[in-house]
Write a protein that binds this ligand. Sequence first.
Ligand code: FE2
Length: 428
Amino acid sequence: MFDLIVKNATLPDGRTGMDIACSGQKIAAAEPNITAEAGEIVDAQGYLVSAPFVDPHFHMDATLSLGTPRMNVSGTLLEGIALWGELKPIQTVDQIVERAIKYCHLAAAKGIGAIRSHVDTCDDSLTGVHALLEVREKVKDYLDLQLVAFPQDGLLRSATAMENTVRALDLGVDVVGGIPHFERTMADGAESVRLSCELAADRGLMVDLHCDESDDPHSRHIETLAYESQRLGLHGRVAGSHLTSMHSMNNYYVSKLIPLIAEAGVHAIPNPLINIMLQGRHDTYPKRRGQTRVRELRDAGITVGFGSDCMMDPWYSLGKADMLDVAFMGLHVGQLSSRADMAWCFDAVTTNSAAIMGLSDYGLEKGCDANMVLLQASDPIEAVRLRAHRLAVIRKGKTIARSAPMAFELTVDGQTTTVNEASYAVTG
Ligand code: FE2
């Protein structure tokens, strides 16, 4: 007798007709034709069941603040940072908590099971930190929230950022963040990378820096991040987020850089939606795409996970907590169009991002956490193509979200038929 069984699922690795049985909060068995009884049966009807989506890069202290106190007119990263600076002093802990919880509800319903959120540590009151620590506790039954101490205005450029970042870590923030390309000089940027990595090494923490989020090919802090990770033995605990300047670097330099990133075990977190919107703003034509070299990083053995970064905030006015939107954009901008590449884009918002966040017991095998999302799609490629409808979300062995299958009733030529966009299979 199990607590819950998902019947007749297709798994991301291609296995079909699979049943997944859950006991308590864990997966007890994943195999075909489980005949035991269960308290709850979820019929997957042959559709895709995946471990939850994982968003490795988000800003939950800013989300859903769009329009307060004004809109970002230029659409640039720098105006976004300036606008955020106007919003910070006028928002309260309660307002941030309310917005963040509203976002978490949407994220959970869309099958996101874990989020790494940066939280600004540059205001002396640590308003965002206090708010998101409260949110992390409030949402833990349905969402794993990992927080990054993020000195938005620069670890060295902002007078009290270092002190406040340490205070945030003391309060329980999980990961050390930074923004070297926003420091006053390249030298200060490199110094901030060193300080961030040493702080993490001293405390046994992970590092995730906003790194080289610009179109400037001379913004090379990822090189320093790889060097410091290597020097301090932080392999597997460090991520570089964005890395957009790599798009504009010369190929010769990159041919040396990528092996250094791989050697240091540094992960990469591109954020396709926000960076296709923000980058290339100083270009006329041709306009650079500003997405880092996803294929080349991946092919060098570097773990690459796509993040969403924003939803309705000073930097990005769109978004709907949909990691398949993120994968879809990453696929297009990276021209990842082969069957293997498209399937990999699904990994970039699930297993790869889970590995970057260091999530334990993530997956669909026996012993993993009983967390799953049922998608109205036959396989990962179709899930990305359709940005597939979520039919059910299971968390800790219980169904926490359900939705009826998406279909259209079409009447043409006097005949009414049902159109299901998830029924257009590859024929070849
Ligand atoms: Fe970010």
